[in-house]
Design a protein around this ligand. Structure first.
Ligand code: DX5
Ligand code: ZN
Length: 214
């Protein structure tokens, strides 16, 4: 069974406290927080103040997905809140150095690739990655359709992680529902980020429970 990391990007932000309580009660494994700067991606979301409030109201481990340009500049700002701190391979910071700074700050590292980046490009960084995040949509917006090529990309990374004898987890993000989620898990994904499929449902608790039981 894969771990569930709900993305709150599409939730009602005035109801964040209830939302996190519901997700906590169904036993979600992590909470996925999408930070967008309007530069690396053509959209903006939230930053440290919102994450600070979330952290005060939940014990769910936080899985922060930085979609920001030159993320190294901000690692120390987000690290106090993050259990998992992820940034993009394509975002213009030195990858080795950024992974080291995240590790030294006491967080688990997560290196993320956009749909058009070849998985082979990050093979050499895998020993420093606690997790890799395979984007199955172009980052920036929730509610997009799953790109089926992600399945092969997950398989390629899984084979390499096994070949190198590592325990790096594979997370997948974008267009995940019970059908696409199953395909990803069969391909080797360990963590599923789920946004619209949960938050567009009438009953969040019921939908999350059903997803966890799938
Ligand atoms: C997109 C974000 C995702 C998004 C997922 O750039 O990284 O985490 O919220 O939402 P869905 O599940 O709707 O694709
Ligand atoms: Zn995300």
């Amino acid at each position: 069974m894969a771990k569930l990391s709900p993305s709150i990007l599409g939730c009602d932000y005035l109801r964040l406290e209830d939302t996190t309580k519901i997700l906590e009660s169904v036993g979600t494994d992590m909470l996925h927080l999408d930070v967008m700067d309007g530069q690396f991606v053509p959209n903006m979301s939230f930053g440290v103040p919102v994450i600070d409030s979330i952290k005060k109201h939940t014990s769910i481990p936080l899985d922060i997905h930085l979609m920001i340009d030159r993320p190294l500049r901000y690692i120390e700002d987000f690290a106090p809140y993050a259990d998992w701190l992820g940034f993009h391979f394509e975002a213009g910071s030195d990858v080795d150095q950024t992974l080291d700074v995240i590790k030294n700050a006491g967080c688990k590292t997560c290196l993320t690739i956009k749909p058009k980046t070849a998985p082979e490009e990050i093979f050499k960084y895998l020993p420093k990655c606690d997790m890799v995040l395979v984007m199955s949509v172009e980052p920036g917006f929730g509610g997009q359709g799953f790109m089926p090529e992600a399945v092969e990309r997950i398989k390629t990374l899984k084979a390499e992680i096994i070949r190198q004898g590592l325990e790096t987890l594979i997370e997948v993000d974008g267009g995940i529902n019970n059908t696409t989620g199953k395909l990803c898990v069969e391909a080797g994904a360990d963590v599923l980020v789920v946004g619209s499929f949960l938050f567009k449902a009438e009953d969040l608790a019921k939908q999350a429970k059903e997803f966890l039981e799938m």
